[in-house]
Design a protein around this ligand. Structure first.
Ligand SMILES: [Zn+2]
Length: 339
């Protein structure tokens, strides 16, 4: 049965029961010719095409997809390649040994790169570090000042890769606990955890205390709703519960510029202070979760690191879990706060 839609036909000057028809069509898009099957709305009386926004954008989507398949990279992807290094058009084009005008034409979509250039761009997209090879090849064309500038850009790009990979690593690390009692049946959410930390570390906080506040927030939410807030698994350490691989986690968060970590040495003690560098984003949390964060902060506001450590030693989750083992969220049932 044919699909129909009531539409006004200008030719017949009346509303008609327009029919959707499928037909082969040829389009020229960005200088390339494509054959495709399109769907259009047609008047059953005069057979004229009737404009339909949905069908029109459907055709456009098919065309864009065919174009990307043929040329290899979409315009958006081409534009993002230079951007990922933070290089100017001038420096980027000279590193590749191309003219500045060439890059400009590609980035504006005026020209589709020829095959050899497309292969270079694809390589930079898939393995961004290959830019080093092109730089070495054309290094002699730059003066000392330019060389230094390029190296700074490329090094900070390497740093970005480290940061991104750390976040990826934490996601993999916690993923194995996904949908189990270890994570409180929540998929790990890096940004939620980061923002929970920003909430507690707004005015600076000792690391030991912060770790406990995260534990209490996640466990309290589990106690009430049978799901954690962040999906973080916590392990039992001698001084209390902490997120699994917390040092790696904090380092990932620090390297991504969300927090500052300061070390203060006093006698044989090291005090680690954590301070938020960005604002807390409350849109990631529901009302109840926000309420829990406030409650936990308020409850422990007069507790220092030592006091909150000792307090946490009375929790069943700490008492009945082996050292370095994951604390089951089942223990949230007897959590000492939030009744
Ligand atoms: Zn008509």
């Amino acid at each position: 049965m044919a699909l129909t839609k009531v539409k006004y036909c200008d030719g017949c000057q009346k509303d008609v029961e327009a029919v959707i028809v499928e037909r082969p069509a040829t389009y020229t898009f960005k200088g390339e010719t494509f054959e495709l099957i399109e769907r259009v709305l047609q008047c059953p009386y005069c057979r004229e095409d009737l404009y339909d926004e949905l069908l029109d954008s459907e055709t456009m989507r098919i065309l864009t997809k065919l174009y990307e398949e043929r040329v290899g990279l979409s315009l958006e992807e081409i534009k993002s390649i230079r951007g990922q290094y933070g290089l100017s058009m001038d420096l980027f084009s000279r590193i590749l040994g191309w003219s500045k005008a060439t890059i400009a034409r590609y980035e504006t979509g005026k020209y589709i790169p020829d095959n050899s250039h497309m292969q270079v761009l694809k390589k930079l997209k898939e393995k961004p570090e290959t830019i080093d090879e092109y730089f070495k090849l054309n290094m002699h064309k730059f003066n000392e000042k330019e060389k230094r500038k390029i190296l700074v850009k490329l090094n900070s790009y390497d740093q970005n890769i480290v940061e991104k990979n750390l976040v990826k690593l934490m996601n993999i690390n916690y993923k194995m606990h996904e949908k189990t009692i270890d994570s409180g049946f929540r998929s790990f959410n890096f940004y939620k955890l980061v923002n929970m930390i920003l909430f507690f570390a707004e005015e600076g906080i000792q690391k030991t205390k912060l770790m406990k506040l995260l534990f209490y927030s996640d466990f309290l939410n589990y106690k009430r709703n049978l799901i954690s807030i962040t999906g973080v698994p916590y392990v039992r350490l001698p001084y209390g519960p902490v997120p699994k691989d917390h040092d790696l986690l904090l380092s990932a968060i620090e390297k991504n510029e969300y927090i500052d970590i300061d070390y203060e040495y006093m006698n044989e003690y090291t005090f680690i202070n954590i301070k938020a560098k960005r604002n807390f984003d409350d849109t990631l949390f529901n009302k109840e979760e926000i309420e829990i964060l406030r409650q936990v902060k308020e409850f422990f506001k007069n507790y220092g690191s030592v006091a909150i450590s000792e307090y946490s030693h009375n929790e069943d989750g700490w008492k009945y879990t082996q050292d370095r083992d994951i604390i089951s969220y089942d223990f949230a049932e007897t959590l000492s706060i939030g009744d």
